[in-house]
Ligand binder design. Structure first.
Ligand code: SF4
Length: 519
């Protein structure tokens, strides 16, 4: 007779001693708690405590027990892969590494991703750490590399693989080992900060203990502003134009593209935290004595306030701040007076720039009802959140997918800007939608260029409503639910069969429950 294996209920609070040192077989689908307990028992308590402080979760919403977007480690991997003369090595389960390398190449990495594989035995005996060390020694060729980055994914972190015991430097090649578990770093945006912060810390300590390499490009003779956050390539140039009347120049963008740029980034007069979630990086800038300014020059109000804050942080005179404002604000007003966004919008994403886009949308005339960001509230986005709330926009930090979807259902917008599952749900509901990551973050946002480009793409998307309506009319309810897929004939319903299956499932469920209770 068929026997159902009883499911043993998990102990509510497993003691550290009860956990085996091996986390082999765990993954993001195993649940965050099991992984965290294993990592704590394996000696990663300090790392997890630092991440909990740097990347705080919302007390009610999480954000998620399991990743609702891509694996967070992708953020660190991407930062490493975009740097010249830097090798990036992953240590983790093969399935995670497969997904991460696939995504890296999908986004045009053009660089090999290193991988140190493991099995249960090498994980439990500590041989994995030796394999990582061997591979780092193999790779450490100063003719090719300035730095080697090793990223512990979930299982090696939960198993306590001690990357901090690797040498700090081999043959002049810097070794940076970081833990980036999905159960400790909530979003891939914040994982960018984990690596950027670790590199800045290393570079700061180097600069403090002796002379370091000069940047490849000649340093501006004006005071410089370091920009924090990956942004559209035209934005730093636009910002440079805006701050030129104040006698300031744009310095380096962090995450950097080369090791020696880290020194230039630290050697600035102020830091603009354009993306507000770089907590570890900001800690390094502050340790180097730099002032950090939040928000960004988006729209008229945003640009006005940001230029004032940058001027104040660098000791620029009120006349020069006014000159910079006069040069830019009239041009932005000009663009905004020529075209407007007409329509109701909901906006959600996990890039960290959602509030800036929200501000720009409001200034472009949009009836924005909701902004959800998977990133946390920080001092650097507080001003943007306040501004949006004052305009009647609901701002949800650490938003979950469920909250983003509820906003679309509630507000029935003319356009839903969001992550892949939000866009998919909106399209199904016949609502025009745009992907935040591919279509909104991949365009200029700052100053005059930002206002012009956003209006065009948003109005174009809202104008697609008629196409959605005609598609809906044409397809009707075809292909929905259990009729989805490719069929040779029109699918037929079998209500009796469906009722039978339902009955059998319920019976099996009751039986399983009874066996569980009986042990
Ligand atoms: S490394 Fe990423 S994909 Fe792998 S288990 Fe962790 S969160 Fe999931």
């Amino acid at each position: 007779m068929e026997r159902i294996i009883p499911i043993q209920p998990a102990a509510a609070e497993p003691s550290a001693a009860a956990i085996t040192p091996s986390a082999d077989g765990l993954g993001c689908a195993s649940g965050k708690d099991a992984m965290q307990q294993a990592a704590l028992a394996a000696g990663k308590g300090d790392v997890l405590a630092q991440y909990a402080a740097d990347y705080p979760l919302h007390p009610d919403t999480g954000p998620h027990d399991q990743p609702q977007s891509m694996c967070p480690a992708f953020g660190s991997l991407r930062v490493g892969l975009r740097m010249r003369r830097t090798a990036t090595i992953l240590s983790g389960s093969a399935c995670c590494v497969y997904g991460l390398t696939f995504t890296s190449h999908f986004y045009g990495a053009r660089r090999s991703v290193g991988y140190v594989p493991f099995n249960s035995e090498s994980l439990v005996t500590g041989k994995l750490f030796e394999d990582i060390r061997d591979s780092v020694y193999d790779q450490a060729d100063p003719a090719q590399y300035d730095a080697i980055v090793i990223i512990n994914l979930c299982v090696p972190t939960a198993s306590g693989v001690p990357l901090q015991l690797l040498p700090k430097e081999i043959n002049g090649v810097r070794i940076i080992g970081i833990d980036v578990p999905g159960f400790g770093v909530p979003t891939h945006a914040e994982a960018k900060d984990v690596l950027a912060g670790a590199m800045l810390r290393y570079a700061r300590e180097e600069a403090q203990s002796g002379p370091v390499a000069a940047p490849r490009q000649t340093r501006s003779d004006k005071p410089t502003i370091t920009l924090l956050g990956e942004m559209f390539p035209a934005d730093p140039a636009g910002i440079a134009q805006m701050i030129a009347p104040m006698g300031l120049a744009v310095g380096t963008v962090v995450p950097t593209r080369e090791w020696r740029e880290l020194y230039a980034a630290l050697d600035c007069d102020a830091v603009a935290a354009i993306h507000p979630f770089y907590t570890a990086s900001i800690r390094e800038f502050q340790a180097a004595g730099r002032t950090v300014v939040g928000s960004a020059p988006v729209g008229v109000d945003g640009t006005h306030d940001w230029l004032g804050a940058i001027g104040a942080a660098t000791g620029v005179s009120a006349e020069k701040i006014d000159a910079a404002r006069n040069a830019t604000l009239a041009a932005i007003r000009g663009v905004l007076s020529q075209q407007k966004i007409n329509g109701r919008i909901t906006l959600s994403g996990y890039e960290g720039s959602e509030l800036l886009v929200g501000r720009l949308l409001v200034e472009c005339g949009a009836d924005l009802r909701y902004v959800g960001s998977a990133c946390p509230a920080t001092p650097w986005n507080e001003h943007d959140a306040q501004w949006l709330r004052a305009k009647g926009v609901h701002v949800q930090m650490r938003a979950s997918l469920e909250q983003d979807l509820a906003a679309v259902r509630e507000w029935q917008p003319n356009l839903a800007v969001g992550t892949t599952p939000v866009v998919q749900a909106a399209k199904q509901a016949c609502i025009p939608s745009l992907y935040f990551t591919n279509l909104i973050s991949a365009r200029p946002l700052m100053g005059v260029a930002g206002a012009g480009s956003l209006i065009q793409v948003i109005n174009g998307a809202i104008g697609n409503q008629a196409r959605f309506d005609s598609m809906k009319e044409f397809f009707g309810g075809v292909g929905q639910g259990d009729e989805a897929g490719v069929w040779n004939e029109v699918p037929r319903h079998f209500p009796a069969f469906r009722a039978d299956v339902k009955r059998m499932n319920e019976k099996a469920k009751k039986k399983r429950k009874a066996e569980e209770m009986g042990g």
